[in-house]
Design a protein around this ligand. Structure first.
Ligand code: OAD
Length: 242
C-alpha cells in the first residue's frame, strides 16, 4: 500500500460531497467468497461453465444442476462473514453503494438495503422464472431445492441476473443517476469486464467524477483511474474511509 496515494485518495473522499462505491467480487474475496475470473484464486468461471449455470438456456437444459449449484453457493455465503471493507463501507454514512455482488454481506455489515443497488440481483430471494410475479425470501443457510412456483406452477429460480438477461430497469436507472451525480466513484474489487455494469465507470468519468480504484491487480477499468490503490480491499478500504 502506497501511503501517500492512500492519503491523497482519503482526502479526495473526505472533501467530496457525493461518494459512490461500485464493487465486485473482490470486495467479498477476503470473506472467503470466490471471485469469478481470478485464475490464481480459483475464480468460479475458471472452474464452471457460466452458460450451464448462469443462463436461461442452462436452466432450461438442466434446472436441477443450476438450483443445486446455487444451493451450494447460498450455504457457502451464509457461512461467510462481512470483512473489514464491508464494515468500513457500511459505517460511512451518506454514501451510496452499487454492487455487482449477489451476496448479502454489505447488508449484513449494516448497509441500508434501500440505498444498496444490487445490479446483478441477489441470491437471498427466488422468483418465478415464468414471470407470474411470485417472489420469496430465501434462508441462505437452508436453501430450497428445485421447486415449482406455488402461484402458477412455473419454475422458481434465484433472483440474480443471468448471462443474456437484462438488468432490472429500476436498479440500472438508479445506478446511472448515482454515477452521473457523484464526485468520487470508489471502484472496489472488480475486473470491470462485464457489461453493461462496467459501462457505469465510463459514465461517471465522462461526467467529471474522480475515479479511485482498489484492486489487487490492474483491471479493465485501470485506464479510467485517477488513483489506483493496489492491495486487498479489507486492508485499504478501512484506511481510506477513516
Ligand atoms: P471478477 O472475478 O471478474 O473480478 C474480481 C476482481 O477482484 C479482480 O479484478 C481481482 O483482481 C479483484 N480482487 C480479488 N481479490 C481482491 C481483494 N481482496 N481486494 C481487492 N480486489 C480483489 O468479479 P466481478 O468483476 O465482480 O455476474 O465480475 C462481474 C460479474 O461477472 C459478476 O457480478 C458476475 C460475474 O459473472 C453475474 O453473476 C451476473
Amino acid at each position: 500500500m502506497n501511503s501517500s496515494e492512500l492519503r491523497t485518495a482519503s482526502d479526495l473522499i473526505s472533501k467530496a460531497s457525493r461518494v459512490v462505491s461500485f464493487s465486485g467480487a473482490g470486495l467479498s474475496a477476503e470473506s472467503g467468497v470466490a471471485t469469478f475470473r481470478d485464475a490464481n484464486t480459483q475464480g468460479v468461471w475458471t472452474k464452471f461453465d457460466p452458460m450451464k449455470l448462469a443462463s436461461p438456456q442452462g436452466f432450461q437444459d438442466d434446472p436441477k444442476l443450476v438450483i443445486d449449484w446455487y444451493a451450494d453457493r447460498r450455504r457457502y455465503v451464509a457461512q461467510a462473514q462481512p470483512n473489514a471493507a464491508h464494515v468500513a463501507l457500511a459505517s460511512r454514512g451518506e454514501m451510496q453503494h452499487i454492487t455487482q455482488n449477489v451476496d448479502d454481506l454489505l447488508i449484513r455489515a449494516g448497509v441500508d438495503p434501500d440505498i444498496l443497488i444490487q445490479l446483478h440481483g441477489t441470491i437471498a430471494s427466488d422468483h418465478c422464472h415464468d414471470l407470474c410475479g411470485y417472489e420469496e425470501a430465501i434462508n441462505l443457510s437452508d436453501p430450497p431445492s428445485l421447486h415449482a412456483c406455488p402461484r402458477c406452477g412455473g419454475s422458481m429460480r434465484p433472483s440474480v441476473v443471468w448471462f443474456g438477461e437484462s438488468l432490472l430497469p429500476e436498479a440500472w436507472n438508479k445506478a446511472e443517476q448515482a454515477c452521473i451525480e457523484c464526485d468520487v466513484l470508489l471502484v472496489i474489487g472488480t475486473s470491470a469486464e462485464v457489461y453493461p455494469a462496467a459501462g457505469l465507470l465510463d459514465l461517471s468519468k465522462s461526467n467529471g467524477a474522480t475515479i479511485i480504484i482498489v484492486n489487487t491487480e490492474s483491471s479493465g477499468a485501470s485506464h479510467l483511474a485517477d488513483l489506483e490503490l493496489t492491495g486487498n480491499a479489507g486492508e485499504i478500504i478501512p484506511h481510506l474511509l477513516r
